[in-house]
Design a protein around this ligand. Structure first.
Ligand code: ZN
Length: 344
């Protein structure tokens, strides 16, 4: 038996009809295009007949274990006997309803990132999967589905081998936004591990070691936006700083309420770091990846998450984490902003 402590036991019927794992080469991240409840009922219906994954992560970071990790799960086609598969929720609830044709999967939120980190540490300690973000399907470590998909990242020469992770060409799973989060998630997992294996020496940092938490400061002031211009937002009265950077890792989240954004208009959100010193001009010195969203009737709600690590400022200046928005709308306004962070 290999069951992860803390995971909810949702083992599918007839586990043993799955073959035993042949090796533990990688932990592979997937996206559901659905919710945890929907995916669970689909998997439970057929038991282990059909496709299934070892783990599932919900919108709020719930972890389901569907298959004992001594057995294979079928989510990775010819690679299923060699990788641990992790499905993640991405649709409905706080993710909203997005256009599933194309590469529009939203970012993993903070609760999901924490859950992924826990699973990665467990599979590392239990099965020796390295805590390294892989650059290609043949490396051992933490990968993602599209690496083994024909017509996507799978080299043609590897078709028909254990590296072919999908029967179908062109799958983008888990989407470019989630793929961009993987290196940071792996770094956080490195910090939370208690044994090293073949990975870098663990340091006491990362999500599991984060001790400082600021939960949900809400600022309700109307903030006008300027068309086609990035603007830093106030997150409190007279203050744009979410946190002061000191070289330790952080995970920050922002929730925005936007009015006046029409369905054919766009808003983009990103975190930045700014170098601040009282009495001098503030300089923006680092930009994180932006998230884009379209307007919707009756108000637009945006959730954006970032993990990062920024050093202390020098020469009396300090580095501050801020949030910026851009829009092509003339009428969009921010009516509330909530920020949360973990740091440690
Ligand atoms: Zn997938």
């Amino acid at each position: 038996m290999a069951m992860m402590p803390g995971a909810t036991n949702r083992l599918l019927a007839n586990q043993a009809r799955q073959g035993l794992m042949k090796s533990y080469d990688a932990a592979v991240l997937h996206t559901m295009v659905g919710s945890l409840a929907g995916t669970d009922s689909m998997f439970q219906e057929g038991g282990t007949v059909g496709t299934e994954s070892h783990f599932g992560i919900g919108e709020h970071g719930e972890i389901y274990q569907w298959v004992d990790t001594k057995y294979t799960a079928d989510a990775n086609y010819l690679g299923s006997g060699h990788v641990i598969s992790i499905e993640t929720a991405d649709y409905g609830g706080s993710f909203g309803r997005w256009n599933t044709a194309g590469d529009n999967v939203p970012y993993w939120n903070a609760a999901q990132i924490t859950a992924i980190v826990k699973i990665l540490i467990w599979v590392h300690e239990t099965h020796g999967i390295p805590l390294t973000a892989t650059k290609s399907v043949t490396e051992k470590g933490v990968g993602y589905h599209a690496q083994g998909v024909p017509g996507n990242e799978l080299p043609n020469s590897l078709r028909g081998t254990k590296y072919q992770w999908s029967k179908y060409a062109g799958k983008v799973c888990p989407g470019k936004k989630r793929i961009s989060q993987i290196p940071e998630i792996v770094r956080l997992a490195q910090g939370g591990a208690t044994s090293s294996g073949s990975s870098p020496t663990p340091k006491k940092e990362g999500i599991l070691g984060m001790t400082k938490y600021s939960g949900g400061k809400i600022y309700r002031a109307v903030q006008n936006l300027v068309k086609n211009k990035w603007r830093s937002l106030y997150v409190g009265k007279g203050s744009m700083s979410i946190l002061t950077c000191d070289g330790s890792p952080y995970l920050a989240q922002v929730y925005l309420t936007v009015t006046g954004l029409k369905p054919d208009e766009t808003i983009q959100v990103r975190f930045i770091t700014a170098s601040y010193k009282s009495g001098t001009t503030t300089k923006n010195n680092g930009y994180y990846a932006k998230q884009e969203q379209h307007g919707s009737a009756g108000g637009t709600y945006i959730s954006h998450t970032q993990i990062g690590k920024t050093g202390k400022g020098k020469n009396g200046r300090s580095n501050r984490l801020r949030v910026q928005v851009w829009t092509d709308s003339k009428t969009a306004k921010i009516t509330s902003i909530q920020t949360k962070f973990m740091k440690g």
